[in-house]
Design a protein around this ligand. Structure first.
Ligand SMILES: Cc1ncc(COP(=O)(O)O)c(C=O)c1O
Length: 360
């Protein structure tokens, strides 16, 4: 089967080896005579998958002791509400950086729970830049400081993280496991799986254990992190199949050399693409401040919307799909997550050069 190069922002391309392993086991899981998705989430077979997936998250990210790793439903979107419900004291406040479309959504939900101080507002620059990490200070009464480490739509990415007194909370949905991160600097990290980790349907939450105690008892059980931490994410039926695929993807990351090797490759891939944009004599234009350009979602414009349409159509015909920018911003977006091979980026760069020459 000829696989296309899939530049979609999420759900996104996954390692072929992980997909093939999932396929092999779909109907008859490791010779048990039934599929994992037909098996009780309390079974020995599933338990082994669940605990190995948790261990692999800990090992791969280097999570120190004193943190719980949770598998939740509801996408990263549910975390926009759960974070303030659990971590803002009643009538309290938190600091947020407004870095782009996803941060905006997190802020909108947090405002329903308490007071939000916007400590950085990227809307003034059309979300093309970020503050220097040292410039971001938490307010004295703040419950936490929230950042979106990679804005999937605008293509801006934090390279260094703010040092704050308040716990740092991060939406890492679109760059988790793409590079090593100092987990001990964070109070809470959350990420939907469907970019670098697996299929949609499971969200990873990594939370410092002392923060589990902040949630009021009045919260419904599912919305309370403590509930999930105490029951090892088996309070209710977890998303069994997505968690299984997350485990397969993490095993692939380990085989590839772990996050240091993955990050080096991601940096090479992004450099190839940004260099092609910069070397195009203005034909391709990336609006993002070079200091904060995302290594996961590379956004760029062409001289006209008609040319952008033609670019997408011709790229699709050449086996490169998912390049249309988000409908809210337009343009082109190439999402080059971990599983996008260097050859995929090289193929795109060579297509970009042919496309431009044909119009010169
Ligand atoms: C940075 C970021 N945060 C949150 C979300 C929302 O995730 P979900 O669709 O899993 O709720 C996305 C989805 O693309 C995202 O890219």
């Amino acid at each position: 089967m000829a696989r296309v190069y899939n530049f979609n922002a999420g759900p996104a391309t996954l390692p072929l080896e992980a997909l093939q392993e999932a396929q092999k086991n779909l109907v008859d899981y490791e010779n048990t005579g039934l599929s994992l998705i037909e098996t009780s989430h309390r079974s020995k077979d599933y338990d082994a998958v669940h605990s190995r997936a948790t261990e692999l998250i800990r090992e791969t990210l280097g999570i120190p002791s004193g943190y719980a790793v949770l598998f939740l439903g509801g996408g990263a979107t549910l975390q926009f509400g759960m974070v303030p419900m659990n971590l803002m004291a009643s009538g309290g406040s938190a600091d947020y950086t407004n870095s782009g479309s996803w941060a905006k959504k997190a802020i909108a939900d947090a405002r329903k729970i308490g007071t939000v101080h916007t400590v950085f507002d990227g809307s003034e620059s059309a979300f093309t830049t970020l503050p220097a990490s040292a410039m971001v200070k938490s307010s004295p009464d703040s419950g936490y400081l929230h950042i979106t480490t990679n804005e999937t739509i605008e293509g801006v990415q934090w390279k260094k993280f703010p040092e704050t007194d308040a716990p740092l909370v991060a939406d890492m949905s679109s760059d988790i496991m793409s590079r090593p991160v100092p987990v001990d600097r964070f109070g809470l990290i959350y990420a939907g799986a469907q970019k670098n980790l697996g299929p949609a349907g499971v969200t990873i939450v990594i939370i410092r254990e002392d923060l589990l105690e902040r949630a009021p008892d009045s919260l419904p059980a599912y919305l309370t992190y403590r509930t999930h931490a105490r029951s090892d994410s088996l309070y209710n039926t977890p998303p069994v199949f997505p968690i299984y695929v997350v485990k397969l993807v993490l095993e692939w990351i380990q085989r590839e050399g772990g996050l240091t090797a993955i990050a080096e490759r991601n940096t090479r891939k992004a450099a190839l693409l940004y260099d092609a944009i910069e070397g195009s004599q203005g034909f391709y234009r990336c609006p993002v401040d070079p200091r904060y350009r995302s290594e996961m979602n590379v956004v760029f414009r062409l001289p006209s919307e008609d040319l952008e349409k033609a670019f997408i159509t011709e790229a699709t015909a050449a086996g490169m799909i998912g390049l249309k920018g988000h409908r809210s911003v337009g343009g082109i977006r190439a999402s080059i997550y971990n599983a996008m091979p260097e050859e995929g980026v090289a193929a795109l760069v060579s297509f970009m050069s042919r496309f431009r020459e044909a119009r010169a």
